[in-house]
Every structure is written in structure tokens, then in C-alpha cells.
Write a protein that binds this ligand. Structure first.
Ligand SMILES: [Mn+2]
Length: 233
């Protein structure tokens, strides 16, 4: 129950091109999320291109210098970048590479990955993957051992982790994803059992499919309920 939990909409970060060449919008988002997290608040970021998770998570790292990431996605999102300059090279398929290289990020656990990319960075020993079918049949009990209990976690949800029959309104739909129920049961179990310090839900593309919008909103609500439900009591 979210009774007693206050929610504030602090507005939009001005739209940027997918490849935000000067990084200015990214830096603004990092500052906003950082200030929110440092004030003891729980940042919720809605997108949009998945690359926004890079500044959002960097902002949270300012308040939580040891962090794990729980990542739901059809793709691993750490393709090799053209160069090390995130301003020039960061996009939704490679942003996780910079986070994996950040020593403050101690764990990355990925659920639902079902399309591997030839030029991806080799995952290092921080990474656990529950791909495709194993993610769909995973229970919270079976995956919690991959999530040390002494770490706070940021949750990033790319809506393409869901099956396109449930969530067609995204840029890179891929068959074989979660049903709504499989996803929310796993999220409920994980977010209720670990300290969650921020969340984003991204790659939702409003296209007039109102059902898909309801699904995205419900998934986010379940995360907030599981992660924050006791705070207002
Ligand atoms: Mn993604």
C-alpha cells in the first residue's frame, strides 16, 4: 500500500536527440536525480531512450556510492562504443558499458535478455544473466542469491522485456518476452526483499495503444508499492 507516500512530479527534462552530442541534457538529469536521491527521496525516471539510465544511475551513485543494478530488458545494452567519450557515443544499446566500468557499481543482474549482440563487451564477473526462458520461469527465491543483501539497488525496466503481444509500443520489440504477470511477480519479490533506491521505466513509445500505456503504468506502480509500501505506514 502506498498510503501516506507522497509523490511529486518535478517536471520534464527538455527533450534531447537520441545521440545527445553535447551531453548537456544528460548532465541536467544527473544533477536532478542526484539532488533527489541525496535528499533521501526516491527518484522515478520515465523515458524515453534507455541511454537516460546512465545519468540517472550516476545521479543515484552520488548518494549511494555502492550500488547494484537490477535490469529488465530484451537486450544487454553494453555494445562496444566507438570511443570512450560517452557524450559522443552513448546510446540505448551501449550505455551499460560505462556503468559496468564504474567501480561503484558492484552488481548487475539482467532479466529477460534474449537478443545478444555480436559487438557487445564481454560481461565481467559483476554480471549475472537470467535470459529469456529462465527469466520467465524464475522465482524471486531462485534469483535473490545473485543480489547481495548488503547493497542498495537501482531498478531499470526497458519495456521491451515484455512480450510484444503485451507491449507493442516500443522501439525494438522482440518476441519471447515476459507476460505482465511474470514480470510483476518477479519485481514484487525482488523489490520487497532488497533496498531499492531508484527506478526508471524506459523505451515506452506512446503510439495510441492505450492498453500498453496501462501495462507500463501498472508495472511502475507495482515497483513503487513493493519498494516503498512500508514507508508511509
Ligand atoms: Mn534497453
Amino acid at each position: 500500500m502506498l498510503r501516506g507516500v507522497g509523490l511529486a512530479d518535478i517536471g520534464d527534462v527538455s527533450a534531447a536527440d537520441v545521440h545527445d552530442r553535447n551531453g548537456e541534457t544528460m548532465e541536467v538529469l544527473e544533477q536532478i536525480v542526484g539532488a533527489t536521491a541525496s535528499a533521501g527521496k526516491f527518484p522515478v525516471v520515465l523515458g524515453g531512450d534507455h541511454s537516460i539510465s546512465l545519468p540517472a544511475i550516476r545521479g543515484v551513485l552520488g548518494a549511494h556510492p555502492r550500488l547494484g543494478i537490477i535490469h529488465f530488458d530484451a537486450h544487454p545494452d553494453y555494445r562496444r562504443a566507438r570511443d570512450d567519450d560517452w557524450r559522443a557515443s552513448c546510446h540505448h544499446g551501449n550505455f551499460m558499458g560505462w556503468l559496468l566500468g564504474d567501480p561503484r557499481v558492484e552488481r548487475l543482474v539482467q532479466f529477460g535478455v534474449r537478443q545478444l549482440i555480436a559487438d557487445e563487451i564481454a560481461p565481467n564477473d559483476k554480471v549475472s544473466r537470467w535470459p529469456g526462458v529462465s527469466a520467465a520461469t524464475a522465482t524471486p527465491e531462485s534469483v535473490l542469491e545473485d543480489l547481495p543483501s548488503d547493497l542498495p539497488y537501482y531498478v531499470t525496466i526497458d519495456v521491451d522485456c515484455l512480450d510484444p503481444l503485451v507491449m507493442p509500443s516500443t522501439g525494438t520489440p522482440l518476441p519471447g518476452g515476459f507476460t505482465h504477470l511474470q514480470l510483476v511477480e518477479l519485481l514484487d519479490g525482488l523489490c520487497g526483499a532488497r533496498e531499492i533506491v531508484g527506478v526508471d521505466i524506459v523505451e515506452y513509445m506512446p503510439d495510441g495503444n492505450h492498453y500498453a500505456g496501462h501495462v507500463a503504468a501498472d508495472v511502475l506502480l507495482r515497483v513503487l508499492d513493493s519498494a516503498l509500501g512500508d514507508r508511509g505506514q
